[in-house]
Design a protein around this ligand. Structure first.
Ligand SMILES: CSC[C@H]1O[C@H](OP(=O)(O)O)[C@H](O)[C@@H]1O
Ligand SMILES: Nc1ncnc2[nH]cnc12
Length: 290
């Protein structure tokens, strides 16, 4: 089966260029309206779907992004792989502003965001031990390098609630005691929801600042972030452009991302809530309707 790449564009990435047969598509979901219409088309033979997670004009705050609607809609559009390109702070000297980091772990400190498609009436527990897809990571790392970026392979992303940035004490704690490498506000619950929807997922963090811990840099400031984003927009766009030649089309996913629900649903068929099952038709239809 040919793969279809979904791109979630973060701060500073509200459009992509060069799609053949490009069109904007509105998608209805049982979880509400997605962040925006989806920009669909193909790029050198690869079907691609782009969504600016904050909406065009940056209208959705990190805590209010309609994460479930976004991932459900990607599933409805046939997306098999999601590359999330996100602006992030760094807790590591060597992960410098302008660099990219292919994330392989998360610490979720978000609160009050709906973080699952499942719940009372259909309970499911998927594994998040390895939350990102190594096959997709290999392609994205190679693509970003081809685009000229410095790329670090592996890193732990701390997802904070925001929208305020961290205090100095929090910044030090995440870095020194918790071992986080990168900080951002959006990739949780996105990564959890992609796993529940059986979509391969990778966060490509674009480092924009040293948060507030670095003795030689001031506290993180939005002007610094925007300047770094503007300087690196070419790397982000170049990464997307290089993906078609690098994403392998092996199916099923050798890491099991596309079978995450295989043994995850606990609720017995007779006890399942029909209303919730109807909402789950896109993300879990493969296992619920088998
Ligand atoms: C623009 S600074 C804070 C903002 O940037 C990041 O967004 P995204 O992950 O969508 O690129 C961060 O998570 C905050 O939402
Ligand atoms: N330092 C930081 N903290 C949280 N989110 C960010 N996005 C970009 N830089 C950030």
């Amino acid at each position: 089966m040919a793969r279809k790449l979904g791109i979630l564009g973060g701060s500073g990435l509200y459009e992509i260029e060069g799609l053949q047969g490009a069109a904007w598509t509105e998608v209805e979901t049982p979880w509400g309206k997605p962040s925006d219409a989806f920009f669909t088309g193909s790029l050198n033979g690869l079907d691609l779907v782009f969504l600016p997670r904050h909406g065009s004009g940056h209208v959705h705050a990190p805590g209010d992004v309609p994460y479930r609607a976004n991932i459900d809609a990607m599933k409805r559009l046939g997306v098999t792989d999601i590359l999330s390109i996100s602006a992030c702070g760094s807790f590591r000297e060597e992960m410098a502003p302008g660099d990219f980091v292919a994330i392989d772990q998360f610490i979720d400190r978000t609160v009050g965001r709906p973080s699952s498609f499942f719940g009372s009436g259909c309970v499911a527990h998927v594994s998040m031990a390895h939350p990102t897809c190594p096959r997709l990571a290999r392609a994205a790392v190679a693509a970003a390098r081809e685009a000229g970026a410095t790329v670090h392979e592996g890193g732990t992303y701390l997802a904070m609630e925001g929208p305020q940035f961290s205090s100095l004490a929090e910044s030090r704690m995440y870095r020194e005691s918790w071992g986080a490498d990168i900080i951002g506000m959006t990739n949780m619950p996105e990564a959890k929801l992609a796993r529940e929807a059986e979509i391969c997922f990778l966060t490509l963090a674009m480092v924009t600042d040293y948060d507030s811990w670095h003795p030689d840099h001031g506290s993180v400031d939005i002007r610094e972030i925007l300047a770094t984003l503007a300087a690196n927009a070419g790397h982000a766009k170049g990464t997307v452009a290089a993906m078609p030649g690098l994403l392998d089309h092996e199916t099923p996913c050798p890491h099991g991302c596309d079978r995450a629900l295989e043994h995850a649903i606990m609720t017995k068929p007779a006890a399942r809530d029909p209303a919730l099952l109807a909402k789950l038709s896109a993300v879990a239809g493969r296992v619920l309707e088998a």
